[in-house]
Ligand binder design. Structure first.
Ligand SMILES: Cc1cc2nc3c(=O)[nH]c(=O)nc-3n(C[C@H](O)[C@H](O)[C@H](O)COP(=O)(O)O)c2cc1C
Length: 169
């Protein structure tokens, strides 16, 4: 599967089967995350891979929107590092984290895994609770929780292309 296909066939997966993400695949996925573009190449992020079942259940309980984290093989939590980002003087870390998150979804898709991006930042309550679950320092801000695992559903590829949103000037 190439990038063209991964982009067009990726869907959010909210049901997972038994099965792990192999350490080799996990490394490829995290490498893809860190290959994403980053403002002034500051790379103000940190990645937590939550495999522990009790910890995943704790994160799943934070919001009904996070429920699929419980049955996933792991949750990858993409976090911003405010202390690294601070010298830039802009909140570009949010975009850096979004780019890294999307790379994770696409690399995982290519490797045959399902993912669901669970929005965390800027919902304060979610940020606080995920941060507590990770026991992260105050400079480490959870941006997104990504449920990842072996998919147990196959939603059809959708076409969202809308020519009316394109303005060629
Ligand atoms: C910023 C962001 C936050 C999201 N948060 C959640 C979430 O908390 N729970 C969830 O089930 N899906 C979440 N999603 C997934 C969207 O619901 C999904 O991408 C959208 O419905 C389009 O479906 P698709 O991913 O299958 O193409 C989020 C997506 C984004 C980009």
């Amino acid at each position: 599967m190439d990038v063209y296909e991964a982009i067009r066939e990726r869907r959010s997966i909210r049901r997972f089967k038994e099965g792990e993400v192999s350490p080799e695949d996990l490394e490829k996925i995290l490498e893809a995350a860190m290959m994403a573009p980053s403002a002034r190449n500051m790379r103000p992020y940190e990645f937590y891979v939550v495999k522990n079942g009790a910890k995943r259940a704790e994160i799943a309980a934070i919001s009904p929107n996070f429920r699929m984290v419980k049955d996933a093989a792991a949750a990858i939590v993409v976090c911003g590092r405010l202390d690294i980002a601070a010298p830039l003087g802009h909140d570009f870390w949010v975009q850096d984290c979004a780019a890294a998150t999307e790379n994770i979804l696409l690399q995982a898709k290519e490797l045959g895994y399902g993912t669901c991006w669970c929005g965390t930042y800027p919902v304060e309550e979610r940020v606080e609770k995920v941060s507590a679950a990770l026991e992260a320092t105050k400079d480490t801000v959870p941006f997104a929780v990504i449920a990842i695992g072996v998919p147990d559903e196959k939603p059809a590829a959708k076409g969202f292309y809308d020519k009316t949103r394109v303005h060629i000037i």
